[in-house]
Unconditional design. Structure first.
Lengths: 563, 307
């Protein structure tokens, strides 16, 4: 019924513009409309119905319906409904009114489908390139179906330079990245700094595209994709694997076995544990407090060993297949898990008390990287970012999946809106995860861990799945297809939205706070940069070739003197 | 002529001593830090290997003004080694005959100046940030040692280093109130003088990538690393000479052993503070320095009043 309630709310205001409605299950609502009504509908959904913006997806549906498609996804937390607003665009004129003026959080997603599919968001406030590298030729859109997955443009222009904004008057440019000790992955923030104060910044990322989504709809098969999906991220890989499997299962109306759902829940929580422990360590390293960094990594290690015992790997668990999981929890492993959790809980109580009482830490984190409720709403911030601002977003409660409706836990929130609150949220969530895993072990029923699926999955069906990753909601959107693979698979990792909040969080704040503000979203750039095929050699945002660099570095050095 | 030769021998001894022992202190820091962090830690002599490796690496020149950068490296080590010749290490300060308290104050500042030069010569945004932070730190901190030396000079009624650096600021020798206050102040400032967490703000690897040293590598980096290690030793010895002269009257090898023990205690203190704190922001640190400076001036006033 919830989906129908949401539908009625929309119909009361917009009658006749919705062409078709699909309600595949109670918590999913698919609306089809004409492109002229999209901006108005989105504004209404986002502003008046107070839905959360999730993501926009461009789809090349020309081989099947002759059209391009754009889907705007929204989440109705109050109704527990995920909604997708879909419209067709004629192949010869792929244009759609931009929703960014009304929904600021949609800016990246719109620029992305402009880059990758050539769908023009008319009226989008920022039209700069987002995903494609600087030298990529105009007019080539790699996610279109007529572009092969291994396509390399002949006219790639190594010398083309990204058109960065001019710094405001009185500001110097401090490049933060593409490589920086606190960034574990390449990403480029161009900071405009006046004295020690950051006045603004420009982001240029997407440097580690690996073409995963393209591979998903052209090379891989349904059951190969989960293994690829978990390679999207080195920390929350299992999240992507489960989110993808759930999206396909929802589209095809199959439900995995109950035991499999418990095992997925258990692995997701183990992943949250090691991810939060990693974050607490890294955040403290950024602040120069290396002792807690080392201790937290030491406590994390038994969890990694546990994962290795269960799945054979510390990371990349190879857990999911459509309709179930691959690895079972044996009684011996169960005993191991309980032992490790008891030990961790005992030690983490000490850490939590030490952190809560550390005034030095509070000095560096209180009032830093502030993201208030308005920013959370406007930019669609999620996960610990939202929860630390008093917004209780948690997909585990809002859109229960796997076995989360069969376990009890609290959603941890804090009201500070700052880095300190995010520290507290993550530190306390560790205890909740431990509780969830214990309940999973107790309540897990016996039974098969996989469905025996032999028939083909139906084509052209849409699946939406949201999972609470350690960093926030991971959203997967799947359109099922023929040839045993999806037609379109879109991954929206949490950092994709959270990163868009950064410029507002660091503006007019000291440069020294920039790194921890960025660190506090627990950024995961490879998650964000998951798609697109880029020649690794030329794909770097680099105006020098390797030879140029070597020559430059050594021009006045001893290397030349000895020649 | 004979005494002249003796001074030179002593100076050479001082330089050799700090060069030989400083990396070991660094090794102790690393080992103790590792233990606090539940790690095994590197062997005690690892810093010697590190320096040897850096010194034999290719000498790459980068940055805006390579000549100035090279000079800054030499200056940094030379300045702190000269300071070492003005500090009593088991015997009288060897070069006290040629310099007085004022010279020592200048020399202490010079090591900081070398870091500034390095930062500005590298010409990278990060190094200039580091240099400007270093400058702020210098302006706020350097007066503290100067105040102490002036206090010592007041007490001994002379700028002669032999007198000043023999516990002139020590509580029962000098001014009881002023001496106690100043000792506490310098104890709190020591961490900042040697640039360790929470006061490694000018280098702040995770923010500005080692700041002034961002363009340094190989032998030139070794010079700076070495001078930082020596700096820790010399500042601890200076602190001991000013505030804790016990045992300095003993015969030579014994007096040195007592001094090394005092230095070791101070180094352990620095290590533990560094292992249990997060880095401060420059504005927070500045507020901290300002407080120390304020108390320092109060101590100087008290000394002037003979308290």
């Amino acid at each position: 019924m919830p989906a129908r309630q949401v539908l009625n709310l929309i119909k009361q205001r917009f009658n006749g513009v919705i062409h078709r409605v699909d309600i595949p299950e109670d918590s999913r609502l698919l609306l089809y409309t004409g492109r002229e009504s999209v901006p108005d509908l989105c504004r209404f959904i986002f502003r008046d119905l107070d839905a959360r913006y999730v993501i926009s997806i461009g789809i090349d549906d020309r081989p099947y319906s002759g059209n391009f498609q754009v889907a705007h996804n929204f989440a109705f937390e109050n109704h527990h409904v995920l909604c997708s607003l879909i419209c067709n665009l004629p192949a010869e004129d792929p244009q759609i009114g931009s929703i960014s003026p009304d929904v600021p959080a949609a800016n990246w997603a719109e620029r992305e489908f402009r880059d990758l599919l050539g769908i023009e968001p008319v009226g989008c406030p920022s039209m700069k390139r987002l995903v494609l590298p600087d030298g990529w030729p105009d007019g080539v859109h790699p996610l279109r179906k007529d572009v092969p997955w291994d396509f390399r443009p002949k006219d790639y222009d190594d010398n083309r330079i990204y058109d960065f904004d001019e710094p405001p008057e009185g500001c110097t440019v401090v490049p933060f990245g593409p490589f920086h000790p606190t960034l574990d992955e390449p990403s480029h923030f161009r900071l405009f700094v006046e004295g020690e104060i950051v006045r603004g910044c420009e982001y240029r990322g997407f440097m580690v595209h690996r073409g995963i989504e393209k591979l998903g709809d052209s090379v891989l098969t349904y059951n190969e994709i989960p293994v690829m999906a978990e390679r999207i991220c080195g920390i929350c890989g299992c999240v992507h694997s489960v989110a993808y499997a759930q999206a396909v299962e929802q589209a095809a109306s199959v439900r995995p076995t109950t035991r499999a759902e418990f095992i997925r829940t258990l692995m997701l929580e183990l992943e949250r544990l090691h991810s939060h422990l990693l974050w607490v360590g890294l955040a403290n390293h950024i602040l120069g407090f290396d002792t807690l960094f080392m201790q937290s990594f030491r406590m994390r290690e038994p969890i990694m060993w546990l994962c290795e015992r269960i799945t054979g790997n510390r990371k990349t668990y190879g857990l999911c297949v459509i309709g179930g999981v691959r690895w079972d929890i044996t009684p011996e492993i169960k005993a191991d898990i309980i032992r490790v959790l008891d030990q961790l809980e005992k030690e983490w109580v000490k850490v939590a008390n030490a952190v809560k009482g550390d005034r030095n830490l509070q000095k560096r984190t209180k009032g830093v990287g502030v993201a208030d409720r308005t920013l959370v709403k406007e930019m669609g911030l999620i996960g610990p970012m939202a929860r630390a601002s008093g917004v209780p977003l948690d997909c585990r409660k809002d859109f229960p999946y796997a076995a989360y409706d069969k376990v009890e836990f609290d959603v941890i929130t804090q009201e500070g809106c700052d880095v300190w609150s995010r520290v507290l949220v993550r530190v306390l969530e560790v205890f909740e995860s431990i509780q969830i895993i214990r309940q999973c072990l107790e309540r897990m029923p016996a039974g098969p861990i996989q469905l025996d699926l032999t028939d083909e999955l139906p084509a052209g069906r849409i699946g939406l799945s949201s999972i609470e990753a350690p960093r926030g909601e991971s959203h997967h959107f799947v359109v099922t297809g023929d040839d045993n693979r999806p037609r379109r698979w879109r991954v929206r990792a949490p950092t994709y939205q959270n990163l868009q909040g950064i410029p507002a969080m660091i503006k007019d704040k000291p440069l020294a706070d920039m790194t921890i503000a960025l660190g506090s979203i627990d950024p995961c750039f490879s998650c964000t940069d998951r798609m697109e095929i880029v020649d690794l050699r030329s794909g770097k945002v680099q105006i020098f070739s390797q030879q140029d660099l070597i020559r430059l570095v050594r021009s006045s050095g001893s290397a030349e003197q000895t020649v | 002529m004979n005494s002249y030769l003796m001074f030179v021998t002593q100076a050479v001894f001082n330089v050799a001593l700090v060069l030989a022992v400083a990396p070991l202190l660094e090794g102790i820091i690393r080992k103790v830090t590792a233990r606090v962090q539940s790690r095994q830690g590197p062997p005690l002599w690892q810093p010697y290997f590190d320096l040897a490796k850096l010194l034999t690496k290719e000498d790459i020149e980068s940055g805006e003004a390579p000549a100035v950068q090279r000079f800054a490296g030499y200056l940094s080590l030379a300045a702190i080694l000269t300071v070492a010749c003005f500090v009593p290490l088991g015997s009288q300060p060897p070069l006290a005959v040629v310099g007085d308290g004022i010279l020592l104050i200048y020399l202490l500042t010079l090591t900081g100046v070398a870091t500034l030069l390095a930062g500005f010569a590298a010409g990278s945004t990060y190094s200039i940030f580091g240099a400007s932070r270093e400058m702020i730190t210098m302006l706020a901190l350097e007066p503290l040692f100067a105040i102490t030396i002036v206090m010592g000079a007041l007490k001994t009624q002379s700028l002669d280093l032999v007198g000043i650096l023999n516990g002139s600021a020590y509580v029962s020798n000098g001014f009881p109130w002023a001496g106690t206050l100043m000792m506490v102040v310098l104890l709190f400032a020591l961490q900042a003088f040697v640039g360790r967490v929470p006061f490694d703000i000018a280098e702040a690897e995770t923010e500005i990538m080692e700041g002034p040293l961002v363009e340094y590598s190989g032998p030139k980096l070794a010079l700076f690393k070495y001078s930082q290690m020596v700096k820790l030793f010399v500042y601890c010895a200076l602190f001991a000479a000013l505030f804790a002269p016990w045992g300095s009257g003993l015969i030579f090898p014994l007096s040195l052993a007592v001094l090394l023990l005092k230095v070791l205690i101070l180094v352990l203190l620095v290590t533990l503070v560094a292992a249990t704190h997060a880095r401060l922001r420059i504005d927070q640190a500045l507020r901290y320095y300002a407080t120390l400076l304020g108390v320092g001036f109060v101590a100087l006033l008290l000394a002037l009043l003979g308290k």
